[in-house]
Design a protein around this ligand. Structure first.
Ligand SMILES: Nc1ncnc2c1ncn2[C@@H]1O[C@H](COP(=O)(O)OP(=O)(O)OP(=O)(O)O)[C@@H](O)[C@H]1O
Ligand SMILES: [Mg+2]
Length: 410
C-alpha cells in the first residue's frame, strides 16, 4: 500500500538526496520550489503527511511555507532543517503555533533525514489517535493519512445564535464540494439535526451504549454502524435523543471517537448544546477548530467574549474563529472582530423564512435554495473551512506529483 506524500522544500543540493531516501522508504516525495506549489499540493490532496522546510536560507520564505501548513485549520507538521545557530530564532518565531513541528540540524545525512521523518510520523499518528496501541507495530500507510480530515465544533454559550444552522449548512456545503462529511448532533439536550433533515428512527450513540450487546467504543470505527445517510450524501450521527440518558456517554470516549472519525471523513462537523459541561469540554479539547457563531447583538457578543476568555484559560484560544451570523444588520464585521477579539472567518446573512421552509421539508437551505445569496455565504464558509478556494487548479500542478524515484534495478 502506498505511503503518504512528504513535501520537500529544501535548497536544490539537498532536494534530491532527501527525496531519494524518502522514495526508497516508499514515501512519495513532492519537490516544492515555491509557495504556490505547496499551496496547490495541500489543496489538491490530503495525504501530505508532513513538509520538510529549510529554516535558514530564506527566513521569510520559510515562514511563508510554514503559514501554508497551518492556515485554515490545517495542521501539517513541519520538519525544519536548520543549523544549530538559527535553531533558536526559528523556535522563537514559531513558538505560538502547532506543537507537532520538529527541528533537524545540519549537517545531516539523507538516511538520517528519512529516519527522522519515520519517527515524526509515528509520533504524529500516536498523537492523532490519542493512543499508542493503535499502531502496534503496523507500518503507516497512505491509508492512515488519506482521510486525515478536520474536526470542527460549532459553539457559542448563548442559545439561538445559529450554531445548528451553521453546522448543518456548512456540512451540506462541504458535501456539495464533493467532500465526505460527518455531521454530529452532540446537543444531547435540544438537538434536532436528524428531524431537521427528515431522518427518522435514527439509532443514537446512547442507544448503542445502552445496548447490552457490547461496547461500541471497542470497535475499530466505533461510530460507523450508527451513521445515518441523508440523500444529499451527508452522513449524520446523533449522540442522544433523550437528555435523561445522555449521562450514559463517557465524554472522553465520545470526543476520542469523533477525532478518530477524521480517518474516514474529510470533515467532522459537530454541533453542541450551549453549555460548558464535561461533554463539550472534551469536544473542545479534541476539536481542531471551533467556529463561534455570533449575531450582532450585545448578549451574543458578550457570550463570545466569555467563551474567548474560557478558551484562553483552558489553553485552546487559537482554535477559535468567529462566524458572523445574520450579518446584514449594519454592525461592521471589523467592529465585531475588535469587540470579540477573534478573527471572522465568514459572514452569513439573514435569510428569514428560507430556514423555516427548508427545515419543514427536511432539507438544508443550500440544498433547497442553492441560488439564494445565503447559500453563497455558506459555500464561502465551506471553502474557507476546507482551505480550498473556489478556483480551478492550475494544470501545472500535476507536474509536481510526476516526480518519482527512477525504478531501481533489482
Ligand atoms: N442566518 C439566519 N437567517 C435566518 N434565520 C436564522 C439564521 N440563523 C439562524 N436562524 C434561525 O434562528 C433560530 C436559532 O438558530 P439555531 O437553532 O441554529 O441556533 P443555535 O445556536 O443552534 O440554538 P441553540 O443554542 O438553542 O442550540 C432558528 O430558528 C434558525 O432557523
Ligand atoms: Mg442548536
Amino acid at each position: 500500500m502506498p505511503r503518504p506524500a512528504i513535501a520537500i522544500a529544501l535548497p536544490r543540493d539537498e532536494q534530491l538526496p532527501g527525496a531519494n531516501a524518502l522514495a526508497e522508504a516508499g514515501f512519495e516525495p513532492l519537490i516544492i520550489e515555491q509557495p504556490d506549489q505547496l499551496d496547490e499540493a495541500l489543496a489538491a490532496r490530503s495525504d501530505v503527511a508532513l513538509a520538510i522546510l529549510d529554516g535558514e536560507t530564506d527566513f521569510d520564505l520559510s515562514l511563508e511555507y510554514y503559514a501554508l501548513l497551518h492556515e485554515n485549520g490545517k495542521n501539517v507538521p513541519a520538519l525544519m532543517v536548520v543549523s544549530t545557530r538559527s535553531l533558536e530564532r526559528f523556535i522563537g518565531a514559531a513558538a505560538h503555533s502547532a506543537t507537532d513541528d520538529e527541528y533537524f540540524t545540519r549537517p545531516y545525512s539523507a538516511e538520517s533525514l528519512r529516519w527522522r521523518v519515520e519517527a515524526m510520523l509515528i509520533r504524529q499518528m500516536a498523537v492523532d489517535d490519542g493512543s499508542g496501541p493503535v499502531l502496534q507495530g503496523e507500518a503507516l500507510t497512505a491509508d492512515d493519512w488519506l482521510r486525515r480530515g478536520t474536526f470542527t465544533a460549532v459553539f457559542n454559550p448563548k442559545g439561538g445564535v445559529g450554531k445548528t444552522t451553521i453546522a448543518l449548512n456548512l456540512a451540506a456545503s462541504l458535501v456539495a464540494m464533493g467532500r465526505r462529511v460527518l455531521l454530529v448532533d452532540a446537543d444531547t439536550i435540544t438537538g434536532h439535526i436528524a428531524s431537521s433533515l427528515g431522518l427518522e428512527h435514527v439509532r443514537t450513540l446512547v442507544d448503542a451504549v445502552a445496548d447490552a450487546e457490547g461496547d461500541p467504543f471497542a470497535a475499530a470505527e466505533p461510530l460507523d454502524e450508527l451513521i445515518a445517510a441523508h440523500p444529499s450524501g451527508l452522513r449524520v450521527l446523533v449522540l442522544s435523543s433523550s437528555p435523561l440518558r445522555a449521562d450514559l456517554l463517557d465524554p472522553a470516549k465520545v470526543a476520542e471517537a469523533l477525532a478518530l472519525a477524521r480517518r474516514s471523513h474529510d470533515d467532522v462537523v459537530v454541533d453542541v448544546h450551549p453549555d460548558y459541561g464535561p461533554l463539550n469540554r472534551a469536544i473542545f479539547d479534541r476539536a481542531d477548530r471551533i467556529l463561534v457563531p455570533v449575531t450582532p447583538d450585545v448578549p451574543a457578543l458578550r457570550a463570545a467574549v466569555q467563551f474567548r476568555d474560557v478558551a484562553t484559560d483552558l489553553g485552546f484560544r487559537d482554535k477559535l474563529a468567529m462566524v458572523v451570523n445574520r450579518a446584514n444588520s449594519g454592525v461592521s464585521v471589523a467592529d465585531m472582530e475588535r469587540t470579540v477579539g477573534m478573527p471572522a472567518l465568514a459572514s452569513i446573512r439573514s435569510a428569514g423564512m428560507l430556514m423555516v421552509k427548508a427545515a419543514n421539508e427536511g432539507r438544508t437551505v443550500i440544498d433547497l435554495f442553492p441560488r439564494e445569496r445565503i447559500s453563497d455565504d455558506f459555500r464561502a464558509l465551506a471553502e474557507t473551512v476546507s482551505g480550498r478556494p473556489r478556483k480551478e487548479s492550475k494544470p501545472g500542478i500535476r507536474g509536481l506529483f510526476a516526480w518519482r524515484e527512477p525504478a531501481r534495478a533489482t
